[in-house]
Structure formats: C-alpha cells, structure tokens
Design a protein around this ligand. Structure first.
Ligand code: GAP
Length: 579
C-alpha cells in the first residue's frame, strides 16, 4: 500500500470515515462500514450529485430492488459475459485476478483486453508467483469467473436471482413504464443512487475495489437521429484528456482542450459524452477532487464493455496510481433491444411526425390454397416468413420465384402465389429504440478520492498538524462549537449557540473535552471548516470567536449574526476578512 494509502486508512478508521466491516468476527474481504463522518460525507456527495445530475438536468430518479430475477441478467448479457480472469495457486488455493498480476509485474496496461491463453503465457514468461505463498503460477489455467452474487428468491432453488452488478439494469427493465412518465418524449434521463454487488476475485485498496458499493448512475435516453445536447454551457470547460491514440503512442501524453475543441476535432466522438465530461469536470472540482490529479482517459478498443461503443473514464491519481472513479459510456440501444427481445415487451418510443408521411409498404397475401397442398404442415410458417421477407427485402420478389429458409431448409414459391404488392400508406410516426448515454459514478471511490485529495499537513504553533481541506459543502460537520471551559455558564451558553445553529440547519458538533488546541485538531482532522468558541467575552458582549480550518485565522462575530455569517462563509458568499 502507498504511504498516502496507509495514512488515509489510519485516519479513516481512527476518525470514523470508513473501515473493514465486522472485524470482531474476522470480517470478510471487500466489505466496508462508513462510520459517522464517512456516512455524512457520502450523503453530502450524493446530495451534490443529485443536485447536479438530477435536479439541474431536469431528470427523473427511481429506486429499484438490489435483487433481480435471472431473466434480467440473461437478457443484459451479465450471466454469460460479466467475467474477470482468475488464476488459482496450486499450493495455497488462493485465487488471483490474472490480469492484475501481469499488470503489477510488468509495464503492460489493460491486460483484461487480452485473450485468456495470452495472459496464461504472460504469467509463464514473466515467472509470476502467488502473492500469498510464492509458488510459481506458470502453467496454471487462466479462466473466466462470473462476478455476480447468486441467490434464491423465496424458499427452494427454483427461482434464481442475483444481486445487481450495476444499478443501470433496474432502470432499463422499467423502460416501458418510464417512457409513459416522460410522456413518450425523447430525450429524457433517469437516475438512480443505490448499491451494486460484484464478487471481486481480489478486493483491494480499501474502498477502491470492494464487493458491495454504491453507484450513482444516469441513463439518458436520446433519439440518435434528431437529439443533440446544448453544448453552450460547457463548451469552454477545459478538459485534461488521455485519448486512445495517445495511449498507444510511445510518446503519448495528456492533451488539454475545451469541450468545444474536443468535439470539433473529433477527439470525443459523441457530443452527449462530451457534454457530460464538461458538466462532470466542474462537479468534480466542486466536491474537492484535485484537478492536478485528474484526467479523462478513453477506453481502448479491447477494453470496452460488451454493451459500449465509446467510453471515457474519469480517473483520479491515488497513491501514485490512476484509478477510475466514473465511466461515461455510449451504450447505444443494446440494453433496450435485449430486454425487448427477451421480454417481448415494447422498449421503443413512438415518435410522432410533424406531418403524416406517405410511405411505400411491401406486403404479401399468400394463396393458402396453393401453399397448403404444396407444403403441408409448414405452409403457415412459410406464409409468415414471406411476410417478414417482404418487409426486410422486397427486392427478393422481383423475379418469378422467391425462396425462404426455415430451419436451414429452403422453400421456393412462385411470386404470383405470394400476393406480393407495394401499397402506399400514411404513417403518423415511427417506433424508435433510444440510444443510451450513461455517466456511472462509483460513490465509494469518490469518497476515497475526496478524502485523499484533501489530506494536508502543515505546522501550527510549532506543532505538526494534519487536516482535511474539504470543501465546506462536503464536510461531515460544518461547525464545531466549544466552550472555553465548562464552568461559569460558558457550557450553557455554548449549548444554546450549538442548538441555534442546528435549528438553522447546520451540522454541528459540540466538544468540551481537553484543551482548545486539541479540540481544533480533532475538527481539523475530520475537515470541519469552522469552529466557534464561547469564552468570557461572550458573556460580556455576546460575540464568539470563529476560526477557519485551513488558514487557522480567527475573527469575532456577534451571536445574533452567527448562523447567517457561517452560512455565507460555507456558501463562499463571504470571506473571514469580511466577517
Ligand atoms: N453501469 C456501468 C458500470 O457499472 P463500471 O465501470 O463497471 O460501469 C462504474 O462501474 C463505476 O462503479 C466505476 O467507475 C467505479 O467508480 C465503480 N466501481 C466499479 N466496480 C467497483 C468495485 N468493485 N468497488 C468499488 N467501486 C466500483
């Protein structure tokens, strides 16, 4: 683990941000508990996400179940294709992610895009050994391992279910209902914040790779033919990009350009993705991601998920590694078409034309008096096949005979017996299966990044100090209230001040234990942006000391202006100097 990782894990546990779950029973790898500070920070992040990606975009939000029936994942492709590469140690039996072993030991990247036998060869070529016991792994089979957690729904085993590996499927399966709520009008977006579960082969790096985590996902359904985003609000946002072409070039490097330039130069191919890269960049800044340690990286061809056609990841630098914190994918119409195919329901939107259109419609009206005696029991199926062929390939009816195939057997019918004709019909609209643009945020990775990027060290009054320079909006606690001493009525007055601030909607901690300096340090370590001290002057003139976390600067504020002043400081509408 990196130095930063160790410092963070220690602080996160000691101060109640996050720590491995159920450790009294030895725990289970890949499961974490958010303590009081972490739960609060996580909720603030989720609220800020909802504010930006639901309310301000005018999207809807839903909350689906964590367990879903097998049919959902048969249709989505997760049952067959949601795999990672596993290699097992022949000596100690420990399982490892084969691609990660290769990446850790070589300069290779994105090894998961390689075929299994190549990864097996790389393990042998580089003499890789089991990280647990040191046994050679050369020759051990590299296999696919499905990451979904299976369960049974109800007693017995006849109704298999799975813990969802992404929240997205909970949105896709409800599309026939959701389109009604959107009055059948594209584009519209549906968001969901909720748990996702993956039985990761090797959970690691604290919250970065766990088996249960929160996702904040947005599925934006658009008409690929006619809808395009309004890029004006984001076109000047500057992005640090690492396109696929730079990654495969020996001298490749990050490139900086605005959203507008990225679209114009074709660096980002999909305008909707470009729009969300711009929106998200500003949002990442707002929540405290350090922009010096941030980039957008494009997926290489072999790395794309089974459903995606273009994808970019937001990556944060953590302990020397680049880590994906959010994916921006173009899922095209893959999921909706699959669910339509498997469920038989309508996953399209009827798009009304401004004016009805007259279109040519090829049809057939087969002579059953001919087909029946000629083809016997298959006559009905042949008639259906002729109808489908007329819709898809009317040119097949141009000769004297037409051939259809049923179960690899060809049946030839004289065209005059098919009743083929082309009619002119008026159409008022058409069925469109929307394209899906998906920004998918991992909330746990965001929590980790925001804390890691806020972790600062300096010296105050000759002593080393650790503090979290969190944006005030994200801080678990907004104000720490302290009585200088718990006597002479200072405690009572400080309790009153704290109660008033809570009443004004602020997250307040009351602390009267230990020296004032130690109380400041405790709040600094959890990122509390302001501390208020009630002292003897308060009893005289009803003012308190307000102290700011990062600068440690202090000023006196009248108690009756305190909540307004703190709110303005928190919202950036006032500085401590003004106060
Ligand atoms: N619906 C698309 C999707 O699930 P993904 O890239 O697999 O895409 C999206 O996941 C985000 O979820 C990632 O960017 C990451 O932040 C988070 N994530 C994925 N697997 C995770 C894991 N095992 N532990 C923690 N976060 C994870």
């Amino acid at each position: 683990m990196s130095e930063e990782g160790k410092r963070l894990a220690e602080l996160a546990k000691r101060r109640g941000f996050f720590f491995p779950s159920a450790s009294v029973y030895g725990g289970a790898a890949g499961f974490y508990t958010y303590g009081p500070q972490g739960a609060s920070l996580k909720r603030n992040l989720e609220d800020a996400w909802r504010d930006r990606f639901v309310f301000r975009e005018g999207h809807m939000e839903l909350e689906g179940p964590d367990v879903m029936p097998e049919a959902v994942f048969e249709a989505s492709g997760h049952l067959d294709g949601f795999d990672d590469m596993i290699v097992e140690c022949p000596e100690c039996g420990e399982s490892h992610r084969a691609d990660h072993l290769v990446e850790d030991a070589t300069a290779l990247e994105e090894v998961e895009a390689l075929p299994l036998d190549e990864v097996q060869d790389l393990i042998a070529d580089h003499d890789l050994t089991c990280p647990n016991c040191g046994t050679a792994l050369a020759g051990e089979p590299v296999e696919q391992f499905n990451l979904m957690f299976a369960t049974n729904i109800g007693p017995g085993s006849s109704s298999p279910g799975y813990l969802r590996p992404e929240t997205a499927q909970g949105i896709f399966v409800e599309f026939p209902q959701l389109k009604e709520y959107a009055r059948n009008q594209l584009p519209f977006g549906v968001a969901q914040i909720g748990k996702a579960y993956r039985n990761e082969i090797s959970p690691r790096k604290s919250l970065i790779r766990v088996r249960e985590f929160t996702q904040a996902e947005l599925e934006h359904f658009v008409d690929p033919e006619t809808d395009s985003p309004d890029l004006a609000p984001v076109e000047d946002v500057e992005l640090t990009l690492y396109p696929a072409s730079e990654q495969t070039d020996d001298d490749g490097e990050h490139v900086t350009m605005t959203v507008g330039e990225a679209v114009e130069r074709g660096v980002v191919g999909n305008e909707w993705i470009a729009y969300y890269l711009g929106r998200a960049k500003t949002w990442f800044e707002r929540i405290g991601v350090d922009m010096e340690r941030f980039r957008y990286r494009q997926h290489l061809g072999g790395e794309l998920a089974h459903y995606a056609s273009e994808c970019w990841d937001a990556e944060a630098e953590l302990g020397g590694d680049w880590v994906e914190i959010t994916g921006f994918g173009d899922r095209a119409d893959y999921d909706l078409k699959k669910h339509a195919e498997h469920s038989g329901e309508d996953f399209s939107v009827f798009k009304q034309y401004d004016e009805p259109k007259v279109v040519e419609k090829p049809t057939v009206d087969p002579e059953m008096g001919y087909l029946g005696p000629e083809f016997g029991g298959t006559a009905g199926e042949i008639a259906d096949a002729l109808e489908t062929l007329a819709e898809k390939n009317p040119q097949s009816f141009e000769g004297d005979e037409v051939t259809v195939e049923l179960d690899d057997e060809a049946f030839t019918v004289p065209v005059e017996k098919t009743g083929f004709s082309v009619e002119e019909v008026k159409e008022t609209g058409e069925h469109v299966t929307p394209q899906v643009i998906e920004p998918s945020f991992g909330v746990g990775r965001l929590v980790y990044t925001v804390v890691a990027h806020a972790l600062e060290r300096d010296e105050v009054d000759g002593e080393e100090r650790t503090y979290l320079s969190l944006p005030p909006e994200m801080a678990p606690t907004t104000v720490g209230v302290f009585p200088l001493m718990d006597k002479d009525g200072l405690g009572e007055r400080a309790h009153e001040v704290a109660a008033d601030l809570r009443e004004a909607g602020m997250a307040v901690t009351y602390d009267d234990s230990g020296a004032i300096g130690r109380r400041y340090r405790r709040q600094d370590e959890i990122g509390t942006p302001y501390c208020v001290t009630v002292d003897y002057d308060t009893l005289e003139d009803d003012t308190v000391t307000v102290r700011e976390r990062d600068t440690t600067a202090q000023t006196r504020v009248p108690v009756d202006e305190l909540s307004e002043t703190l709110q303005e400081l928190r919202d950036g509408d006032r500085s401590l100097d003004d106060a």
